[in-house]
Write a protein that binds this ligand. Structure first.
Ligand code: MIC
Ligand code: SF4
Length: 641
């Protein structure tokens, strides 16, 4: 029987299990990437494993999230990352070189390979035909040490692309259409594989925009074929030898299929506060815009910014709009500078920002109170911008540039002639900001500033779990709710005692104090708990505060895996309505939990406060049960070493 691309790559990397959707499989990981905000923990964990050199084909450590350096903390983190990379065989992409996903696509991505990244937008690599998956830093550390990556074998959704995008309609509109149809949890347990005649009409950076934001579907990853377009992109990056052809067999099958006619798409935006609240620009109408931000790992490629420059050329930013532009990489930035497009951007009044994540993760450029901000980014969760009541719309670069000039949300087709940008035949290649590791790691001293604190280690699971419900929340709680980012909190990513003070701080300011006082606790939530980022701090910091279990109606993939990695029990209600049987403050009890895990499909929980009982499902594999019992993956790895 014919295979789709996902089956081909997984098959070639399969170490354990069978490719049957829903079953746990283990795969070999060829490449890893980390970024600074998750990387410090990941490398501390890697060090704790005692492996001298990474065992992957390629591992890269990027610094892109936290480059404000408003205190010594970030700079200390960067120095730690640089030295730890040199010691253990990891390439180091210096701050200034660009956003991890953009740089990786340009300089390192290889079709047909697997990649694990400690960032949820790692699937950007699917644009070049990789199986690129976002995971917690600990999973990435294990992969660097040569260990397998365990995942639930996904279903494969075939997205058949037909037709061709109309002028001023872009790749962003394609992924917004997918989000509109499937929703932020529509991709859970699935990989989205793009196919059909429309694929050949999309460039690699356009494909990467689509696979990047596939993360917002909750999908395991997304992937495009590797074809002549991929080959031309790699050739233009002087990397033609990395190309292999990768297409689905003609009789390949898919668990689900949908068709998108590219010709029928219109300019769209995701409205506040969810990436799937998608409407056409016409439907939303000409609302007043206060801020426009262009960049992020979704939309900061050379062609994206050339289109923006084309639209802004000879125009002035509207007097009531603040326009910020962050090129995705040094390559993009330098090419714009050399060809004059940067001058057009500057002349228009754009505020040029560093090649980094910046405002996407709340590091600067928070908009004014109540602002409408149009951004080419991938997430518009409430508060993520740093301004609690700001309203963020996610759009293509074309829409963003149009709004910057007119001051209102504008269909870019109204601006007149479309801007066409051809893919360059040759990108500007200069890898001087990527440092190769030392030949002899033993000679390298790892430099740790005072911001690098020891890893907290969990205790083994107790036989009876009795704890108070510290917090009860609703649906679609994001990791930004659980462990916020932003310029005050991000510098504390390598300091768990300090950062844990901010757990749920935007939801309930007294959470951390309450947890510390109780010494242990349970969190209760609704659907899709933990959606969004891969940050394991959203599990690690609650663990530090004594959280033992999270009970919800459903979980997002990466967060659930992170909970297990840190020894927190992820439980789902057998009857979803039992959520109503719990109030914040209730004392819950599970007796003989260590014995029952693995023996019984459902566990009984007694609400000690009300006397009621209800059932929950752990849905854990034997390996995951062993990890939880040990108090997390690090303890488990040590026990089994
Ligand atoms: C994000 O977009 O939320 C981040 C910041 O890139 C995170 C990683 C992190 O929190 O460090 C992600 O998406 O995984
Ligand atoms: Fe950086 Fe934003 Fe992309 Fe996350 S989503 S990697 S913060 S640019």
């Amino acid at each position: 029987m014919g295979k789709n691309i996902v089956q081909k790559i997984l098959d070639a990397h399969l170490l354990d299990g069978e490719l049957i959707p829903g079953q746990e499989i283990a795969i070999r990981i060829d490449q890893t990437l980390t970024q600074d905000a998750t990387g410090t923990m990941s490398y501390l964990q890697f060090e704790a494993m005692g492996v001298p050199r990474v065992k992957t084909e390629l591992s890269v450590s990027y610094v892109d999230h936290n480059t404000l350096q408003s205190g010594f903390e970030n700079a200390d983190d960067h120095r730690f990352l640089q030295t730890v990379a040199a010691k253990h065989g990891i390439y180091f992409s210096r701050p200034g070189n660009g956003i991890c996903h953009q740089v990786h696509l340009e300089r390192f991505g290889v079709p047909g390979k697997t990649m694990l990244g400690s960032d949820s937008h790692t699937p950007t690599g699917g644009g070049i035909g990789m199986i690129a998956i976002g995971a917690g830093g600990l999973d990435v550390a294990v992969a660097m040490g040569g260990g397998p990556f365990y995942l639930t074998c996904p279903k494969v959704v075939g997205v058949n692309l037909t037709g061709q995008l109309s002028p001023m309609v872009s790749a962003k509109d394609v992924i917004l259409e997918v989000l509109r149809r499937l929703s932020v949890k529509g991709g859970v347990g699935k990989v989205i594989e793009y196919k059909g005649p429309g694929v050949a009409t999309l460039s690699v950076p356009e494909r990467a925009t689509i696979t990047n934001m596939g993360a917002e579907l909750g999908a395991t990853t997304s992937i495009f074929p590797s074809d002549e377009v991929t080959k031309a992109f790699l050739k233009a990056q002087n990397r033609e030898s990395a190309w292999v052809e990768l297409v689905a067999d003609s009789d390949a099958t898919y668990e689900e299929e949908i068709t998108i006619d590219l010709s029928a798409l219109e300019p769209m935006v995701a409205c506040p506060h969810s990436p799937d609240a998608v409407k056409t620009v016409t439907e939303v109408g000409p609302i007043k815009v206060d801020q426009v931000l262009i960049g992020s790992c979704t939309n900061s490629s050379y062609s994206d910014l050339m289109k923006v420059a084309g639209i802004l050329k000879g125009k002035t930013v509207h007097p009531t709009v603040s326009l910020g532009i962050a090129p995705g990489s040094k390559q993009v930035f330098e090419m714009l500078a050399r060809n004059g497009a940067l001058a057009d951007l500057i002349a228009s009044g754009a505020r040029i920002l560093e090649s980094a994540c910046g405002p996407c993760i709340g590091m600067g450029q928070s908009p004014n109170s109540g602002a409408v901000s149009v951004r080419t980014f991938n997430r518009n969760f409430e508060g993520r911008s740093g301004t609690a009541d700001a309203k963020i719309y996610l759009s293509s670069p074309e829409i963003a540039a149009a709004a910057a000039i007119t001051g209102v949300l504008t269909d870019p087709r109204e601006l007149g002639d479309a801007i066409e940008v051809a893919m360059p035949e040759q990108f500007l290649i200069d890898d001087s900001m990527v440092l190769a590791p030392a030949e002899e790691g033993a000679d390298v001293e790892v430099l740790r500033g005072p911001n690098i604190k020891a890893l907290p280690i969990n205790e083994a699971l107790a036989d009876t779990l009795q704890a108070p419900v510290l917090l009860k929340v609703g649906d679609n709680i994001t990791t930004d709710h659980i462990m916020p980012a932003g310029s005050k909190i991000l510098p504390l990513r390598s300091n768990i005692p300090a950062i844990s003070q901010y757990v749920f701080s935007g939801v309930d300011a007294s959470f951390a104090d309450r947890a510390k006082e109780a010494g242990r606790g349970i969190i209760v939530g609704g659907q899709n708990y933990g959606q969004g980022s891969s940050r394991e701090h959203a599990a690690l910091a609650p663990m530090y505060l004594g959280v033992k279990a999270v009970i919800t109606q459903s979980f997002a993939r990466i967060h659930r895996a992170n909970l297990i990695n840190f020894g927190i029990l992820p439980l789902t209600f057998v009857n979803e309505s039992d959520l109503d049987k719990i109030s914040q403050g209730d004392e819950l009890e599970i007796v003989d939990v260590t014995t029952k895990l693995g023996q019984e499909e459902a566990l009984e929980i007694r609400n000690v406060t009300t006397g009621e009982t209800f059932s929950v499902r752990p849905d854990l594999t034997a390996r995951q049960i062993a990890i939880i019992k040990a108090g997390g993956l690090l303890n488990y790895t040590r026990l089994n070493a």
